[in-house]
Write a new protein. Structure first.
Length: 530
C-alpha cells in the first residue's frame, strides 16, 4: 500500500466533511435558538389541542384523557432527546433522513424520507383547507378563494430568507401560548364559580358521568380501557411535529448549543401545556356532552373551551379562539413547508431524490423543493367538491400513521447510534455536544409502545359490528408501503446496515471539536423566554 493510499480519507470521512461544509456554506443560518424553540412549539400546539382535545374527553373521559396525554408526552421525550443528541452532532438539514443514512441504513433514509415527503405533500393542503374553513366562521364565500390566499402566503413565506419564517413562527407561537394561558385561566374561573352563571363545578364531571367512558358501549373495565387506549392514539398525533427542531439544522446559528437547549426546554413546556390543558378540559366539559360527540364543523364551535364558555354564558370566547386557531393552521402549514422541503433536500443530498431538489434561490432556500410542495397545494381545491373531499380525507388519515412510523424510525436509528458509541468506546457525556438522559431505556420503552400502538391502531374495526374499510386501510396500509420501500431499495441498491464499528461517529466528533461553540448574545425577549 502506498503512502498516498494510507493517508487518503475513507469514503465515509470524505462524505461527512463535504456534506457539512457544502450545506453550511450554501444554506443561510437565519434561525436562532429562540426560533428553534418556537418552531417546535408551533409544530405541536395547534388544532389538535384547541379543537380536537374534546375527542379525547368524549372517548376516554377526563381521567382517561389526562392519563393518555401524560403517557404519550412522557414517551415522546425519547423522540425529542434522540433527535436533539444526533442533531447537535450532525447539524445537517433533513433530520432523521440524514441520521439514518449515517447511523443505520441508506435504505431506511430512502424509505422513511419518502414516507415523510408524502406526509407533508398531503398535510400542507390539509392545513390550507383548515384555514379556509376557519374563516367561514365569520364570512361565507367560496372556500377556493381562501385556499388560494393562504396557499400563496405559505408559498411566499417558504421562498424567502429563512429568518422571515422564523420570525413569523415566533409571533404565531406567542399568540398560541397567550391563548393557552388565557383559556386555562378561564377554565379555572369557570370551575371555581366565577363565570356569569356563578355555578361552581369543581370535580362534578369526574363524579358524573365519571372519570372514564364506556367506549363503543362496551360495559365494565374493558370498555373503560378501550376508551383510554383510544386516547393514546388521539394524543399521539396531537404531539406530532415535536421532532422538527433539527429539520433545518444547517440553517440554525450555533446548532451545537441551540438544538440541545431546545430539546431540553421544549419537551417540558409542551408537556405542561398539553397535560394541564387536557386536565382543565376534563373539569369544565362533561364527557357525554352531545357537542363533543358530533364535532364536524372544523371551526371554533367544536372547541371544548367554546362549549364550556357557552355553558357558562361567556359569549366572546368563540371568535377569539377561532382567530388564534386560524393563525395556528397558517403556522402549521408554514412549518410543514419548511420540514417537507428540507426533508426532500436531504434526500437529494444523498441521491435518494433527483439532484434538482438541491438547487437554491438567492435567499439560500431550496426553491425547487419548495415548488414541488407548492404544486401539491392545489389538492386543497378538492375540498370544494364533496366527492373529491372524501378521497382527500382518506389521504389525511394516512398522514397520521406516517408520523408514528417516523417516530419509530427515530428510535431505531438512535438505538443503533447509542450502541455504536459504546462499541467504539465513545464517552457520550464527554465527547458529544450533548448526551440525552435516561438512555437507552426510555427509547426502548417508547419504541415498544409505538410498535404496539401501530399494530393496534385499527383495533375497533375488529370488534363485531364496527368494521370500516376506510379505518382498516388508513390504519394499516402504511406498514406494507414502508416495508416495500425499504426492502425494495435494499434489493435494488444492495445496501447494508452500517455496522457498529464503521459508523462515522468519530469523524463527526472531530468536526465538532474543531468548531468550538460560540456563545450568542441574548436580547431582552430571549432572556425572558429562558
Amino acid at each position: 500500500m502506498s503512502k498516498d493510499e494510507e493517508k487518503a480519507p475513507s469514503p465515509d470521512e470524505t462524505d461527512v466533511q463535504a456534506g457539512l461544509m457544502d450545506e453550511r456554506d450554501t444554506l443561510r443560518q437565519g434561525l436562532h435558538e429562540r426560533h428553534i424553540q418556537m418552531i417546535a412549539l408551533a409544530g405541536t400546539i395547534g388544532t389538535g389541542l384547541f379543537l380536537s382535545s374534546g375527542r379525547a374527553i368524549a372517548n376516554g373521559g377526563p381521567l382517561g384523557a389526562f392519563l393518555g396525554y401524560t403517557i404519550i408526552g412522557a414517551s415522546l421525550s425519547s423522540v425529542l432527546f434522540a433527535v436533539g443528541e444526533m442533531g447537535a452532532l450532525v447539524p445537517l438539514s433533513g433530520g432523521i433522513v440524514r441520521y439514518a443514512e449515517y447511523f443505520f441504513d441508506p435504505a431506511l433514509a430512502f424509505a422513511n424520507g419518502w414516507n415523510l415527503v408524502y406526509s407533508y405533500l398531503v398535510s400542507i393542503p390539509a392545513e390550507i383547507v383548515a384555514a379556509a374553513v376557519l374563516v367561514e366562521f365569520w364570512v361565507t364565500i367560496s372556500p377556493a378563494v381562501w385556499v388560494t390566499v393562504f396557499g400563496l402566503l405559505m408559498l411566499l413565506t417558504a421562498l424567502l430568507f429563512v429568518r422571515v419564517y422564523g420570525e413569523l413562527e415566533y409571533g404565531f407561537s406567542i399568540l398560541k401560548i397567550l391563548l393557552i394561558v388565557g383559556i386555562n385561566i378561564m377554565a379555572l374561573v369557570i370551575t371555581c364559580g366565577g363565570a356569569p352563571n356563578h355555578e361552581a363545578i369543581g370535580f362534578r364531571y369526574w363524579n358524573h358521568p365519571g372519570p372514564f367512558v364506556q367506549y363503543l358501549g362496551i360495559k365494565g373495565s374493558l370498555g373503560r380501557f378501550l376508551g383510554f387506549w383510544t386516547v393514546l392514539n388521539n394524543a399521539l398525533y396531537s404531539y406530532s411535529g415535536i421532532e422538527t427542531i433539527t429539520t433545518a439544522a444547517a440553517e440554525t446559528r450555533n446548532p451545537r448549543r441551540a438544538i440541545p437547549q431546545a430539546a431540553k426546554r421544549i419537551f417540558i413546556r409542551i408537556a405542561l401545556f398539553y397535560i394541564i390543558t387536557i386536565f382543565m378540559v376534563g373539569l369544565i366539559v362533561p364527557s357525554n356532552n352531545p357537542d363533543l360527540l358530533s364535532i364536524d364543523s372544523g371551526n371554533a364551535s367544536e372547541s371544548p373551551f367554546v362549549i364550556a364558555a357557552k355553558l357558562a354564558h361567556i359569549n366572546v370566547v368563540p371568535s377569539i379562539i377561532n382567530a388564534v386557531v386560524l393563525t395556528s393552521a397558517w403556522s402549521s402549514g408554514n412549518s410543514n413547508m419548511l420540514g417537507g422541503s428540507r426533508i426532500l433536500y436531504g434526500l437529494a443530498m444523498h441521491g435518494h431524490a433527483p439532484s434538482i431538489f438541491k438547487r437554491m434561490n438567492r435567499f439560500g432556500v431550496p426553491a425547487i423543493a419548495v415548488g414541488l410542495f407548492g404544486v401539491f397545494m392545489t389538492l386543497g381545491y378538492t375540498a370544494v367538491s364533496s366527492t373529491a373531499s372524501t378521497a382527500f380525507d382518506w389521504l389525511q388519515d394516512l398522514v397520521s400513521i406516517s408520523t408514528l412510523i417516523n417516530w419509530m424510525s427515530i428510535c431505531i436509528v438512535y438505538l443503533r447510534f447509542y450502541y455504536a458509541c459504546r462499541k467504539q468506546g465513545i464517552d457520550r457525556n464527554r465527547e458529544l455536544p450533548w448526551a440525552a438522559p435516561w438512555q437507552p431505556w426510555t427509547t426502548w420503552a417508547s419504541l415498544i409502545l409505538f410498535t404496539i400502538l401501530l399494530i393496534t391502531g385499527g383495533y375497533a374495526t375488529f370488534i363485531h359490528g364496527e368494521w370500516s374499510d376506510e379505518t382498516f386501510i388508513t390504519d394499516y396500509i402504511n406498514i406494507p408501503i414502508i416495508l416495500v420501500l425499504y426492502f425494495g431499495y435494499k434489493w435494488t441498491k444492495k445496501t447494508k446496515i452500517v455496522s457498529l464499528e464503521e459508523m462515522p461517529i468519530r469523524q463527526w466528533i472531530d468536526i465538532y471539536q474543531s468548531e468550538p461553540v460560540v456563545e450568542e448574545r441574548s436580547n431582552f425577549i430571549e432572556l425572558l423566554w429562558k
